[in-house]
Design a protein. Structure first.
Length: 634
């Protein structure tokens, strides 16, 4: 009996029944499709051994004038610049007290110290750095107090608590696997002082939410955001999910927490150290700069800083969610329009708020909650113009789109879209699979990432049973195929300043992707469990039983570093059309060992699955062949 050659369609299809998808792939994990054939995705390794605090929602790599490679990294707790594996905290300071406004009160036998600072404006989880404090008289010496602390509980508008720790232990030095691991100091009966009259407290900008919380009343929102017993508005909750936008202004960095201030990090002024970023309205020569925005970017073509959903120049401090403002050309500080500069503003008319903006080579696409606009540089006297491209267009969240040259791909509420001169819905063969198991309450966490080396757009999203991102779906725009899998990441950026894509894990580490073949989150690295499985295939149109005697898998292990790379091949059979699989057999296919696997199975339909959970192994499937022999029975 001649061998039967199986050639499957590329990508995964879950939009039709399994039986209707004969000749296609039905399920996979950690597998991509290249030139129509499935192969294991690349591995990942930690970028350095240190970790950051919080959940990263934004990554931005660039090179400074000295050639150093930097990564701006914003979390719900901090804003860092990573360089050489170290996370340098440049989180801006919200306010600094005058000397003597802060006092301490310790309790014998406790590490909890109460701080009194009238109208401190802090919330639980905020960070404050004390200086100028004197010893409280016992174990809580000056070196213990004069450090940066995370507030453990806000009691009221005038008091809060911290847990004191050993002197000389900076926050980075006690950050382990994304968590603070301090050695606490316990006060004794001699700790009766208040810290003296020279204490100064420097408060960092308030932290944000790591998870959106919906509803009103107790437990909704961040502690101490409102008055006792008050509810929290859903709009406030969703906008408080801490996401960031950031962009370069030369070698310097501009960044903005969603619905927060706009900040500037001057690389040259602080080199080689990392001074804290400052608000742009505090820069020398600042004029009319916005103090709140939903997003900020720098127009590469004409060098204007653009703020979306910001406060107007004549009403600073009052946010207009549909207003776009831009600075004078080549000037990050001057935002007041005059006859001699190019600063100005535009206001959108369709929608209730600006959601996100993406810069392409020719224009900037601006999404509101109901429409899509194209913003283009015109030059003086108008500077920018804007055109309505599409109405009734949805976008999942602030980071759910990505620009690829002159195209933009994005995830909508229940569809995927692209813009290449016009808005088009992307036919998606896994749409129901994604959106039928999707946590829409956490939709703001969705983010898109480009993997240009493989012509792929990745969307990471939370499944219905998870508040955190635990899955991804990928569109290969060159081959127009779809696939998906499971992976916990919270931010992604394509290769560029670095040789490989970078992604942020939920464990407080950055990862370089497409490196090796293993999961580098463990030590030693562990195997990536990858598989692909076909839909059922009729044997002789499903009319009669056949015997399966052998399979020639056509699996390649090129570039694997394992001594004897292998993959498992499973054949499952069913006795009736569209029925469940009744029997399965699995064989292990080794590289350069033999070219076939022997099976003894009987059925009317079969399904093929290739899986691998071995370290140092990558694999690619070609066109498998199966020895089928009719047994004469129907």
């Amino acid at each position: 009996m001649p061998l039967t050659k199986f050639q499957f369609r590329p990508g995964i299809n879950r939009e039709v029944t399994s039986y209707s998808n004969e000749g296609g792939w039905r399920d996979c994990d950690k597998v991509r499709f290249t030139k129509g054939f499935p192969e294991k995705i690349g591995g990942w390794v930690k970028k350095g051994v240190k970790s950051f605090l919080g959940t990263a929602r934004s990554l931005h790599p660039w090179r400074d004038l000295s050639g150093s490679r930097l990564v701006g990294l914003g979390t719900d707790l901090k804003f860092y610049i990573e360089e050489g594996g170290a996370y340098n905290d440049i989180t801006p300071i919200r306010t600094t007290t005058a000397a003597g406004e802060v006092t301490f009160s310790a309790t014998d036998g406790s590490s909890v110290v109460e701080i009194t600072d009238l109208g401190h404006g802090a919330i639980t989880g905020d960070f404050v750095t004390f200086s100028g404090a004197a010893s409280l008289g016992g174990n809580v010496i000056a070196g213990v107090l004069n450090q940066e602390y995370q507030i453990t509980e806000v009691i009221d508008s005038d008091t809060y608590t911290i847990q004191v720790r050993e002197a000389g232990t900076s926050i980075p030095s006690i950050t382990v696997d994304g968590e603070l691991v301090p050695t606490l100091v316990v006060a004794n009966s001699s700790d009766t002082g208040d810290g003296g009259a020279s204490v100064v407290g420097a408060y960092q900008v308030n932290i944000g939410l790591s998870t959106a919380i919906f509803g009103n009343g107790w437990g909704a929102g961040l502690w101490s955001r409102g008055t006792w017993g008050s509810g929290t508005d859903i709009t406030t909750l969703t906008t408080n999910l801490r996401t960031w936008s950031q962009d370069n202004f030369g070698e310097d960095l501009i960044f903005n927490p969603h619905n927060g201030g706009i900040y500037y990090f001057d690389r040259s002024a602080s080199y080689p150290s990392f001074d804290r970023a400052v608000a742009i309205n505090d820069l020398a020569g600042s004029s009319g700069a916005p103090t709140v925005a939903k997003q900020v970017l720098v127009s590469d073509r004409d060098r204007h800083v653009i703020a979306f959903g910001c406060d107007p120049v004549d009403d600073i401090g009052t946010q207009d969610p549909m207003l776009i403002r831009f600075s004078d050309q080549e000037n990050v500080a001057d935002w007041t329009p005059t006859a001699t500069n190019t600063a100005g503003d535009l206001r959108l008319g369709s929608g209730s708020e600006i959601v996100s903006a993406y810069e392409t080579r020719q224009q900037i696409l601006v999404f509101t909650d109901t429409a899509l606009y194209a913003m283009q540089y015109l030059g003086p006297p108008f500077t920018f113009g804007i055109n309505l491209i599409s109405e009734n267009t949805s976008v999942q969240g602030v980071n759910s789109g990505v620009a690829v040259d002159d195209m933009v791909f994005w995830m909508g509420r229940t569809e995927f879209y692209m813009y290449n001169g016009s808005v088009q819905r992307i036919p998606c063969s896994v749409r129901s699979y994604v959106f039928d198991d999707f946590n829409f309450n956490q939709g703001e966490k969705v983010f898109a990432g480009l993997n240009s080396a493989h012509s792929e757009v990745w969307w990471f999203y939370p499944s219905a049973s998870s508040n955190n991102i635990d899955r991804y779906v990928v569109y290969n725009y060159a081959e127009q195929s779809w696939f998906y899998g499971t992976l916990a990441r919270s931010a992604w950026v394509d290769r560029g300043a670095f040789e490989n894509p970078l992604a942020a894990g939920l464990d407080g580490y950055l990862y370089e992707h497409e490196v090796g073949f293993d999961d580098g989150s463990t030590a030693p690295a562990s195997a990536i469990d990858s598989f692909v499985q076909s839909s059922p295939i009729d044997i002789g149109d499903g009319e009669q039983f056949s015997l399966i005697r052998r399979v020639l898998p056509d699996i390649g292990f090129e570039n694997s570093t394992a001594e004897s790379p292998s993959a498992d091949v499973t054949v499952s059979v069913a006795n009736q059309t569209g029925g469940s699989y009744l029997r399965s057999a699995t064989g292990t296919f080794f590289n350069n060992d033999r070219n076939q696997l022997d099976f003894r199975l009987r059925g009317r339909q079969l399904s093929l699955k290739v899986s691998c959970d071995n370290t140092a192994t990558t694999w690619r499937l070609g066109s498998p062949r199966v020895d089928l022999r009719p047994d004469g029975r129907r």
